[in-house]
Design a protein around this ligand. Structure first.
Ligand SMILES: [Zn+2]
Length: 342
């Protein structure tokens, strides 16, 4: 058992200044890690390297007698309505960086496709499907050289943003963080992040990061800056644009039960190459009856859970042999995808 003054404990505690508690840092270490190992020089160096990679901090900042972890310099933009939350979002960004580096390495052999307009992407997806769905969208992005994952295992007690995108090893990486099981809502989040990527909002700086704290996927306020408006317009066009709005408008008026709303949305969706979940979300934006919309979304639910849909696609596309063992362990910890020994 490590004592309060053990080198490992001291290093974990030093992250407090950045907004992470010692247990939160400790939880990001691999399962095989033993704090005792840091009592010798080689073990301590290993710990410093692991932490530097996983939290995007400079190695040097961890190596003094009194370690003072410092994030590596990045271009960070936090899309938040809570200015006081930006310390936590900086931590979120650092965890995103560590993960994005691994994801980018796992698809290093896939060429990055140049950005496409929302309409083009929609038409491409409709060639092989009846609507723009979460799995098809994730599949398309991976094929275009853009990794997408759901960060299911977000560290406990740490502010969970909705989503973020990071430029790592020359490619954008999309990470959805929001705890949510509805396919349509996560499809919206992935579409919004795709909007940032395709609109060039991740500057070409290596390590640029954009953290979306809260997106108006349901009963939330609307956007306050130009990039957000642009990313959202992209998402809306991708998911159906004016056709989606017209279809959901047709449903406004009658009183529904959750089942009859779901049935009506399915009917409209089939006529216009739309996803019924998006029709329900669009209906809720018009009527503000989010309670009924959320219940109706449950009626559409198949056995698929949205975060697993995203990560099942990711699993198929990741070249796990390109990653070091501790990287596979880290991916497992944050996403639940077990690629170890695959
Ligand atoms: Zn955004």
């Amino acid at each position: 058992m490590a004592t309060a003054t053990s080198p490992a404990r001291k290093l974990f505690s030093a992250f407090k200044a950045l907004g992470l508690s010692a247990p939160q840092v400790r939880a990001l270490m691999p399962d095989w890690w033993d704090d005792e190992a840091a009592t010798d020089e080689g073990g301590l160096l290993e710990l410093q390297i692991l932490l530097a990679r996983r939290l995007n901090v400079s190695l040097v900042s961890l190596q003094s007698q009194q370690p003072q972890p410092a994030f590596r310099s990045t271009t960070q933009r936090f899309k938040t309505v809570h200015p006081e939350g930006s310390t936590q979002l900086a931590v979120a960004a650092s965890i995103g960086h560590g993960l994005a580096q691994l994801l980018a390495s796992s698809c290093a052999s896939t060429p990055l496709r140049p950005p496409v307009e929302a309409d083009t992407l929609r038409q491409e997806l409709l060639k092989s499907g009846k609507a723009v769905t979460l799995d098809a969208l994730c599949e398309w992005l991976w094929n275009a050289g853009i990794p997408v994952v759901h960060v299911t295992g977000w560290p406990n007690g740490l502010r969970r943003p909705d989503a973020m995108c990071v430029r790592a090893s020359g490619r954008p990486v999309v990470m959805v963080v929001r705890k949510e099981t509805a396919l349509a809502k996560l499809a919206y989040l992935v579409s919004h992040e795709a909007g940032h990527v395709m609109s060039g909002h991740l500057s070409s700086d290596e390590n640029a990061v954009l953290v979306d704290d809260t997106l108006p996927v349901d009963n939330q306020r609307s956007f306050f800056d130009q990039d957000e408006k642009q990313a959202d317009a992209y998402a809306m066009n991708l998911l159906g644009g004016s056709t989606l709005v017209a279809s959901s408008k047709k449903l406004v008026g009658p009183a529904y039960s959750e089942m009859s709303l779901a049935a009506a949305a399915l009917g409209e969706a089939q006529k216009a190459e739309l996803d019924a979940g998006q029709v329900i979300l669009s209906w809720a934006r018009l009527t503000e009856d989010w309670k009924l919309a959320n219940l109706a979304l449950r009626f559409l639910k198949t056995t698929e859970i949205a975060p697993i849909v995203i990560n099942d696609v990711a699993k198929r596309h990741m070249h796990h042999e390109m990653l070091p063992n501790d990287g596979l362990d880290h991916i497992f910890k944050l996403t639940g995808m077990d690629l170890r020994g695959v």
